[in-house]
Design a protein around this ligand. Structure first.
Ligand SMILES: *[C@@H]1O[C@H](CO)[C@@H](O)[C@H](O)[C@H]1NC(C)=O
Ligand SMILES: *[C@@H]1O[C@H](CO)[C@@H](O)[C@H](O)[C@H]1NC(C)=O
Length: 193
């Protein structure tokens, strides 16, 4: 091989190596992913919204909104550990069930504490009024129902609540020990766009 040819072949193999390396580093071939301008998606200014609703958990006839779907596996657990209820609870503007319907809380909760009553709450609030109609927020958290104020994280949302994060504070307004019916005030603080 002449010197010229050797230099040429070295340059060629080097550039192949460089091309391979750079496609690896920049992820050139990954066209399923791209960055976007958040302004084009209406994500301009993050705002803080507070709303207060009353959550109605109704076990009594004729129109229950909460249903036990898993009975407590042990009948000796004071906290009913392991039991689960599915809910589709009305969210109203005032403590009275007959007041304006703002939305519904759909999901489930289960007794997750063996020593003290602490529920795992997993529910979506779907709004049914005005510009929020159809938008949702998702709440996932620990609810020590016998404490005065319980705080649970808002872990996301949809519609007007896309990218939502925040927290909800729940306090019991009324509780009927016999039927299990409860009205709980929810104050929700959400950051969203
Ligand atoms: C509790 O559970 C045990 C075992 O399943 C059963 O034998 C007993 O009758 C139950 N007691 C009550 C009060 O339901
Ligand atoms: C909310 O949206 C649903 C479905 O689009 C519609 O049927 C309903 O009338 C709306 N409610 C209000 C109060 O705008």
């Amino acid at each position: 091989m002449s010197t010229k040819a050797r230099v040429f072949s070295a340059i060629v193999s080097q550039s192949i190596l460089l091309a391979l390396l750079s496609s690896f580093v920049t992820g050139e071939n990954q066209d399923f992913v791209r960055s976007l301008d958040r302004k084009l998606y209406g994500l301009k200014k993050e705002k803080l919204t507070h709303f207060r609703v009353y959550w109605h958990d109704i076990y009594s006839a004729p129109n229950p909104t909460a249903m036990p779907i898993v009975r407590p596996p042990s009948n000796t657990s004071a906290t009913l550990f392991g039991s689960i209820s599915m809910i589709d609870d009305p969210l109203t503007e005032k403590p009275e069930l007959s007041s304006k319907l703002i939305g519904r809380a759909q999901g489930f909760y289960g007794s997750a504490g063996q020593e003290e009553t602490a529920l795992l709450m997993a529910m979506n609030f779907v709004f049914l009024q005005g510009k929020y109609n159809g938008s949702t927020i998702s709440i996932l958290g620990r609810n020590q129902v016998f404490s005065k104020v319980r705080e649970m994280p808002v872990i996301g949302g949809s519609g007007l609540f896309r990218f939502a994060r925040g927290y909800a504070q729940a306090s019991t307004h009324s509780f009927d020990l016999k039927s299990g019916d409860a009205v709980v005030e929810y104050n929700v603080y959400v950051l969203h766009y």
